[in-house]
Write a protein that binds this ligand. Structure first.
Ligand code: TQI
Ligand code: ZN
Ligand code: ZN
Length: 169
């Protein structure tokens, strides 16, 4: 079953069209950015929320960045595997990914020869759930389940995720 953060924080009623931006220093390719377009789309399909990229990092609601090791928020990344990413509850909008992971952007991750390969869209869909106010779910099929098998792609919202997010928005 889905859960929320303590106090059930959500984006306010008058903030249904949210913007996101990528940390300019990361200089991400269009291919990587497109993965996030798809991940946001999965949540907007189930809610009244919309997500649009903006080039202004500082004014964006959701700020996406790849960082390595200690990056100043008290939750350092830890190299390959372990923590992959973290996102904070609304209305923080901070979405950080571990730049040391072997991120897989396209193709069939189950066929990857890299043992530590991690599917970027799967992690993005999970973290966006946190950004919107969902905690972890006890339902194994849910995007918000707290573990994922290695070299697995899991990007489709389960009915548990949909029920949870529709309770919030
Ligand atoms: N990052 C944890 C996560 O996003 C961070 C975390 C731990 C957390 N407890 C939390 C965030 C409570 C919010 C609330 O769950 S992670 C997965 C999964 C991680 C794990 O790097 O361990 C995914 C990130 F579910 F696959 F294990 C993304 Cl998809
Ligand atoms: Zn961080
Ligand atoms: Zn999580």
């Amino acid at each position: 079953h889905y859960s929320f953060f303590p106090g059930t924080p959500v984006w306010p009623q008058n903030r249904r069209d949210l913007t996101y931006a990528f940390l300019p220093e990361n200089e991400l390719s269009d291919e990587v950015k497109t993965v996030f377009v798809g991940a946001f789309q999965r949540w907007s399909a189930a809610t009244p929320l919309t997500f649009k990229e903006t080039t202004s990092f500082y004014s964006a609601d959701i700020k996406i960045g790849f960082f390595v090791g200690d990056h100043g928020d008290g939750e350092p990344f830890d190299g390959v595997l372990g923590t992959l990413a973290h996102a904070f509850s609304p209305p923080s909008g901070r979405f950080h990914l571990d730049g040391d992971e072997n991120w897989v952007i396209t193709g069939d991750i189950s066929k990857s020869s890299v043992e530590s390969a991690v599917d970027l869209e799967s992690v993005a869909v999970h973290e966006i759930g946190h950004l919107l106010g969902l905690g972890h779910s006890s339902v194994e099929d849910a995007i918000m389940y707290p573990t994922i098998s290695s070299r697995t792609k899991k990007v489709e919202l389960a009915s548990d995720d949909v029920l949870g997010i529709q309770t919030l928005y």
